[in-house]
Design a protein around this ligand. Structure first.
Ligand code: SAM
Length: 209
């Protein structure tokens, strides 16, 4: 008999798995019509945000790659009413749709969408951030390292998505594996950080030490 892991997770986590699921669904529907790369995070990863928030005692969150706002909304909910999220989005339509969603959800005062690429916006931000989520074009990631150093403090947590092309998962045929390798090599060798790459998921979990 095969195990339905999603069903088990649903039983265990209940409503935590469906928080802001409307944005998850909208992102998937939007991708079909816009033919873009707005792949939202998996709802099964939703319970990760309260865990990272507790680990880092997080009040300030930063995201590169807002999409339609699903993960930014999860971060804002995990951080609670005194938290704030800065999220960066390069596609103006995604930024518009995310801002509309945050307004609908009463989150506009706590989530700010910065328009532009990560590499252009990061230099304008001031830290420290407690939790950072990288979910944009991996070919920019090596340029982010200097900002990760500047924008974190001891105990800050960084989650990096979109590493799969290097490990033979989705995106295996896409360009930029060398950029992912360079990013991970720098991060892993930098003594200011400790990094664990989650096999299968191919996310990197990093702590500033
Ligand atoms: C995977 S989606 C983000 C999904 C979102 N984090 C979520 O889980 O709902 C990637 C988003 O990053 C944006 N993006 C791509 N390259 C970017 C860059 N260099 N800087 C900022 N945003 C970028 C895309 O337009 C897209 O909306």
């Amino acid at each position: 008999m095969t195990v339905d892991a999603t069903r088990v997770l649903r039983e265990l986590y209940g409503a935590e798995l469906t928080r802001h699921a409307d944005l998850y669904r909208q992102s998937n529907a939007h991708r079909g019509s816009h033919r873009c790369d707005v792949y939202p995070s998996d709802p099964e990863a939703a319970p990760l945000w309260p865990v990272l928030t507790a680990l880092a005692r997080a009040r300030r969150f930063l995201e590169v790659g807002c999409g339609l706002g699903y993960t930014a909304a999860l971060m804002a909910s995990a951080g609670g009413p005194r938290s704030h999220v800065d999220t960066i989005e390069d596609d103006p339509l995604h930024a518009d749709l995310a801002e509309r969603a945050f307004a609908r959800k009463g989150l506009s005062s706590r989530i700010r969408v910065h328009r532009g690429t990560g590499r252009s916006v990061l230099p304008t931000l001031r830290g420290p951030y407690d939790v950072i989520f990288l979910d944009s074009d991996w070919r920019e990631y090596p340029r982010y390292i200097q900002h990760l150093i500047r924008l974190t403090r001891k105990g800050s947590v960084i989650l990096t998505a979109n590493l799969s092309p290097l490990f033979g998962g989705w995106g295996e045929d896409l360009p930029g594996k060398d950029k992912i390798r360079s990013f991970l090599t720098k991060l892993i060798r930098d003594r200011r950080f400790r990094t664990y790459i989650l096999p299968g998921e191919w996310h990197a979990l990093t702590v500033r030490v």
